[in-house]
Each structure stands twice: as structure tokens, then as C-alpha cells.
Design a protein around this ligand. Structure first.
Ligand code: PLP
Length: 426
């Protein structure tokens, strides 16, 4: 096709600009990472041309012999990585993975109980602006104002009150580990299915650095592009399959297995053709995540986050819950008389990328916010270690305390750029 299509230089120039931005800056967005070259190569391959509705060996299209092999390898590697007995690798994203689970487990109007978005939860766990809040009856639990930590007794109280059919744990901005065993006891008490959305810490969980949700949760979803360091995408897992406890039957009147409900929740429930190029890239990322090199990586991610959190605390920053167990931290900027918006804009000027974030019990709007969220997944891939974390905290602190001094910010930006050149990317 290249011989009659003109190369779209406008777009490729912009891709070049984005690559440059990624290279010269310090990437601290907690949900981002840098995939390997082979992951990107697979994601940009001829597999994008293929339709393959269905599952390996059970397709609605011809010519699927090769993609069947690829998808089966992706499934097998996902299972090996997480100690699962079942996996669906087709969700196009984390939101899609959650949509498929909701469709499989719930009827419209059913009660769900998730972690409050404004306390660190995700939109797809019942926010009124999302399908999950519009189609179902959403209820929430949150953290304690004093401690910034979830009180599981209160989750239990709330669960007994609202009788959810689906209890959801997992977050986008919670720096503490989860008590999945306790959550399962709560779910059992009220007859709910327990879903863990481990999108953020899934890489740390896969390698045993955090509690294992698969041991206690009926279903687990994750994105593949955060700490897991794969292509943008989603994944659904179960350690053990089970007969659907709600007694849903198939057209033949047989009880359906949860795996069958989840598979059809993905396709035809919420998606059409799977992205086989992305599935190939996921397969590669899962194999990478099983390596010794990746194990060293996730250990370093956690160390870097711990050191960074401590350095922020020493400089008088208030970290929600006082520290971190994982790869990220949420900082309340109110005692520094800053907003999340000012922090994001100021740090943007020095090529340090973070995102503004609501903090629990925030008094500002989601466009302004009182907090910033920071994670170490991307910079650790880049090769930065503990001593570098201290330097980053120093640069952030200097930038924020001189946020009205453009000359000073220009100076810091030059320091950031000169420093990052020493950590080649691609
Ligand atoms: N679930 C959680 C906990 C997340 O943090 C995210 C992404 O931010 C998602 C789901 C959604 O993933 P995606 O952006 O791939 O749809």
C-alpha cells in the first residue's frame, strides 16, 4: 500500500515530537510506563489487519490459524504470570475489562459497592458520569479522614446496608495494600461477587510484592500498560472458575460457569473483533514480566516510591496515609498553599509530568483539585534509582516554591533536560 499512499508527514512529525517529549522529561504519571521495543513492534504489526471475533479455535472468521496461536500463548502466559486458571486477554482497555465483568455479573439497576472516585477509586467503579453509575445503582466506601486508610469495618457496615451484588476493590490513587481476605468475608456475608481491579499495581502483584487478590477475589481485572509495562489494554483473570452463584442459566437451562459469562461479557457483550496486534504485544509483555530483569524492576519501583515518599514527608508534604506500599503516592498540597492545577502546570513548565488529583474530602473541583499523584513505574524503567528520587523531590520542591518565577523554572527545566539525556529511551 505504501506505493500509492503518501506518507502522512504531519502525523509522523508529531509522533517524533511526542517521542522527544518523553525523552527529555521526568515522567511521574502513576499510570504510565515505557514498553519495550518488541512490545511496540508487535503493536504496530500486520496483526492489526485481522478480524478474529470469538476465541482461539472458536472464531467467527476464517484465516485465524496464526492469531489463534498468538492469543493462546497470551492466555497461557497471563495464567502463568498471575497463577490463574482462566484468563481473557481481549479487553481493549481497563474500562472495557470492567464493563465486561459488570455485564456478566449484573442486571441493570443492581446495587454495586466500590471505592469512592474522590478518595482514589476509578470512574468505572460506579461514578455517575460513567456507564457503571448510570446503568447500575452505585454506592461507595472511602478512606478515613484522619488516617487516609480504608476502615474495613465501615466497608462491612456499608455492604450490609446496600446489599451489593458486586463489591469492587482496587483504585487509581490509593498507596496502601488491600485486605482481600477481609473483603471476601464481607462479600460472602452479603452474597456479593468480589471484583479486584488491580490496574495500577498488577506488576507488583504478579511478582509477589503485594497481597495476592486472586486468592480471595472471584474475578480480577487489570490494565496491561501501567506497572505491568505492556501495551495499552485490559485483562480479566480468575484463579478458580465457579458456577455462577446467581443461578443464571444458558438457553439450554444449564448453569453457566463464570468463565463462560465473562468470555461472553467481552464478546459479544461489550466488544467486537479483538485487537490481535495488541494481544501479541500483551503476550510479549507477560513473558517479559516473568523474567528476572522484570523482578528486579518491580523491586526497584517499590523502593523508589518508598524513598520518594519519605523525601516528600521530610520536606513537609502531606502524603495521604503517610506513605506508600506500592508504586505511587497521593500528596495533599493544601498546607503548601498550592492546588493540583498549579502543581501540574508548574511542573509541566520544567518537563516534569504529574497529574493533579482529588484528595479525600477535597474541597476543590476536579479541574483544580488539592492534590497531585506521583508514581515511579516509568522513571524506574528509565533506570533511575533511590538517589535519583531525592534529586527529583528536590527539583519538584524548588519548582513549586518558585512557581511564579519563570526564569527560575526555565533554569530547572534545563537541569531536567540535561539530566534525562543520560537515561536513553529507545
Ligand atoms: N481501573 C483502574 C483502577 C484504573 O486506574 C484505570 C486507568 O486509569 C482503569 C481501570 C481504566 O483503564 P483504561 O484507561 O485502559 O480504560
Amino acid at each position: 500500500t505504501d506505493h500509492y499512499m503518501k506518507r502522512d508527514q504531519l502525523i509522523f512529525d508529531l509522533i517524533g515530537k511526542e517521542e522527544d517529549r518523553q525523552k527529555r522529561g521526568i515522567e511521574l504519571i502513576a499510570s504510565e510506563n515505557f514498553t519495550s521495543k518488541q512490545v511496540m513492534e508487535a503493536a504496530g504489526s500486520v496483526l492489526t489487519n485481522k478480524y478474529a471475533e470469538g476465541l482461539p479455535k472458536k472464531r467467527y472468521y476464517g484465516g485465524c490459524e496464526v492469531v489463534d496461536e498468538i492469543e493462546q500463548i497470551a492466555i497461557d502466559r497471563a495464567k502463568a504470570l498471575f497463577g490463574a486458571s482462566w484468563a481473557n486477554v481481549q479487553p481493549h482497555s481497563g474500562a472495557q475489562a470492567n464493563a465486561a465483568v459488570f455485564l456478566a455479573c449484573l442486571n441493570a439497576g443492581d446495587s454495586i459497592l466500590g471505592f469512592d472516585l474522590s478518595h482514589g477509586g476509578h470512574l468505572t467503579h460506579g461514578s455517575p458520569v460513567n456507564f457503571s453509575g448510570k446503568l447500575y445503582d452505585p454506592h461507595f466506601y472511602g478512606v478515613e479522614q484522619e488516617t487516609g486508610v480504608i476502615d474495613y469495618d465501615k466497608v462491612e457496615e456499608q455492604a450490609k446496608l446496600v446489599n451489593p451484588k458486586l463489591l469492587i476493590c482496587g483504585a487509581s490513587a490509593y498507596s496502601r495494600d488491600w485486605d482481600y481476605e477481609r473483603l471476601r468475608a464481607i462479600a460472602d456475608e452479603v452474597g456479593a461477587i468480589l471484583l479486584a481491579d488491580i490496574s495500577h499495581p498488577s506488576g507488583l502483584i504478579a511478582r509477589g510484592l503485594l497481597n495476592d487478590p486472586l486468592e480471595f477475589c472471584h474475578v480480577v481485572t487489570t490494565t496491561t500498560h501501567k506497572t505491568l509495562r505492556g501495551p495499552r489494554g485490559g485483562l480479566i483473570l480468575m484463579r478458580d472458575d465457579f458456577d455462577n452463584p446467581f443461578g443464571l442459566k444458558n438457553p439450554k437451562g444449564e448453569l453457566r460457569k463464570m468463565s463462560a459469562l465473562l468470555d461472553s461479557g467481552v464478546f459479544p457483550g461489550t466488544q467486537g473483533g479483538p485487537l490481535e496486534h495488541i494481544i501479541a504485544a500483551k503476550a510479549i509483555a507477560f513473558e517479559e514480566a516473568l523474567s528476572d530483569e522484570y523482578m528486579e524492576y518491580v523491586v526497584q519501583v517499590k523502593k523508589n516510591a518508598a524513598v520518594m515518599a519519605e523525601a516528600f514527608v521530610e520536606k513537609g508534604y502531606q502524603i495521604i496515609s503517610g506513605g506508600t506500599d506500592n508504586h505511587m503516592m497521593l500528596i495533599d498540597l493544601r498546607n503548601k498553599e498550592l492546588t493540583g492545577k498549579i502543581a501540574e502546570n508548574t511542573l509541566g513548565k520544567v518537563d516534569i509530568t504529574i497529574n493533579k488529583n482529588m484528595v479525600p474530602f477535597d474541597t476543590k473541583s476536579p479541574f483544580v483539585t488539592s492534590g497531585m499523584r506521583i508514581g515511579t513505574a516509568a522513571i524506574t524503567t528509565r533506570g533511575l534509582v533511590e538517589a535519583d528520587m531525592l534529586k527529583i523531590v528536590e527539583l519538584i520542591d524548588q519548582s513549586l516554591s518558585s512557581h511564579e518565577d519563570d526564569a527560575k523554572l526555565a533554569e530547572i527545566k534545563a537541569t531536567v533536560n540535561d539530566w534525562m539525556v543520560q537515561f536513553p529511551l529507545y
